[in-house]
Design a protein around this ligand. Structure first.
Ligand code: COA
Length: 334
């Protein structure tokens, strides 16, 4: 049984990407790779890289301020802030607490959520519960990453893919029957080593060995990730659709995690969606993990791609391994 007093949905969106652009030609100067290979295998042409003095909360702040403005909600009105990230300012306190102070959201509970690239959808599902039950009125969900600081710039397997950015959404009560209709969250910890930052935690605290071996950086088995992703991206959306009593044909627009154009295309095929109904910005921004879906969502909205009453699907996968999807009946006016 579910207790649902309100319909929960997105009231406002905002995103921020750092000014610095790193092109594939720039990466050619760092590792043995080339523009043609990166473009063909991933769809990425360039990505944004934060300034050395920027931490994840700095990116999150700008995205959050833009989302609050879009929602016409003040920081004091926020009841809760969730920051989805795998590149927190530090291990503790949470980046959400740093953001709460910077925003002046003094009435908000604040915590981080670690579900990698699925983090924004996981966090949105939590926000939805609090709004639907009437416990909270306004929840800010931010996906923010500074992955350039966790990449080994000598590893061509990862440095071509990961990037920086932040996207934010303000959740609140929306018209009955609109907003979040269903979601699907999943995890398979047997794939924990597929994408990981193995050092700097309690399993292997920082020491000379961890630094020498780049253990504080992202390590990824690309082929395993690819195999997992092509299955997960589509099947999680199908589960969410079933829970909402909908079918593939009902989807008006898909906002997928921007990990790899080939993964996105295969998910679209599985869902019988032409690419015109799929938002893609990977060529500009690369893979900004938890920030990827909210940046795409905010851009899609700004470009007038999301119309009130349309069925929008979000779908992500990532380290953990995790996957997550959500079906919304778009509640915002154009
Ligand atoms: N530039 C140029 N050549 C490269 C390269 C690079 N960056 N990386 C690998 N290669 C070469 C390899 O040496 C290999 O050469 P060979 O055939 O002569 O042996 C060839 O390209 C194929 O390598 P492979 O590792 O099989 O590449 P791939 O097709 O699996 O592509 C990824 C690598 C990382 C692009 C791909 O596996 C991928 O996108 N995986 C998913 C990653 C992802 O989504 N991560 C985010 C999760 S949220």
């Amino acid at each position: 049984m579910t207790l649902k007093l309100n319909s929960a949905g997105i009231l406002g969106l905002g995103y921020y990407v750092p000014e610095k652009i790193l092109t594939n030609a720039d990466i050619e100067k760092l590792v043995d790779t080339n523009d043609e290979w990166i473009t063909e295998r991933t769809g990425i042409k360039e990505r944004r890289i934060c300034a050395p003095e920027q931490a994840t909360s700095d990116l999150a702040l700008i995205a959050a301020q833009r989302a609050l403005e879009d929602a016409k909600v003040s920081a004091e009105e926020l009841d809760m802030i969730i920051v989805a990230t795998i590149s927190a300012d530090s291990n503790t306190p949470s980046t959400a607490c740093i953001l709460q102070e910077k925003l002046g959201a003094k009435n908000a509970a604040a915590f981080d959520l670690s579900a990698a690239c699925s983090g924004f959808v996981y966090s949105s599902a939590i926000a939805t519960q609090f709004i639907e039950t009437g416990v909270y009125k306004k929840v800010l969900v931010v996906g923010a990453e500074t992955l350039s600081k966790f990449v080994n710039w000598e590893d061509r397997n990862t440095c071509i893919i990961f990037a920086d950015g932040a996207g934010a959404a303000v959740f609140g009560v929306v018209e009955d029957g609109y907003g979040v209709l269903s979601f699907d969250l999943g995890a398979d910890g047997s794939g924990a080593e597929t994408i990981e930052i193995p050092g700097g935690g309690s399993r292997h605290p920082a020491d000379q060995e961890s630094i020498d071996n780049h253990m504080h950086c992202l390590h990824m088995n690309g082929k395993e990730t690819f195999r997992f992703a092509v299955k997960a991206m589509g099947s999680t959306v199908i589960k969410s659709l079933e829970r909402a009593g909908l079918t593939k044909e009902d989807i008006d627009y898909l906002i997928p995690h921007q990990a790899n154009i080939r993964i996105i295309q295969s998910a679209a095929k599985r869902l019988h969606l032409p690419m015109e109904k799929v938002f893609v910005n990977i060529e500009k921004y690369g893979n900004a993990s938890a920030a990827s879906i909210p940046i795409a969502l905010a851009e899609a909205e700004q470009e007038g791609k999301l119309k009130k009453g349309e069925i929008i699907a979000l779908s992500g996968f990532g380290a953990g391994l995790t996957w997550a999807s959500c079906i919304m009946k778009w509640a915002k006016e154009d």
